[in-house]
Design a protein. Sequence first.
Length: 167
Amino acid sequence: MATTVTLVNSSAKSSSSLLHFAVALVLSFSLASCDKPSGHERSPTPLVQNLVSTLEDEVRELPNERIAWSTFWKLCWDKTPDANAYELQTLTSEGSSGRVQRQSENCFRIEAATGENKKSEGLLNRQLQLALQSSQLAYRVRAVLDNGRVGEWSPSVSVGATTHVNP
């Protein structure tokens, strides 16, 4: 449906013309929104829910009172009905990666910090490494459905941070 509106610049007709213009504009938007063919609407795609990121430390004893340690960042989410896989996208301070990583599990784990030092120093510089990761690296995830469609991307979650995101 096409609506044509003509404005006439006349002082006698100005207030009634503005009123007619406003009514025509409202009607054209209302009718345009109702003019969608049925059966062609896209059904909503599911969003992964309850993203939770945690940190897991692993420490190994070394000779001479030293340790080797690693901190892993783990991102998990609720399984999405009808999903046969999930895709993760890396986000950096420079932008998003064009590649996605596909997996069947609903958890993802990477090493976020690592070190080797005297046992008495604990996990030396762990917080600094995690803070750097958190400011530079994040992930987002979406469901891949049985029919080949993909869900919406989740909000991004920073690596190194512990969070609970429920979009």
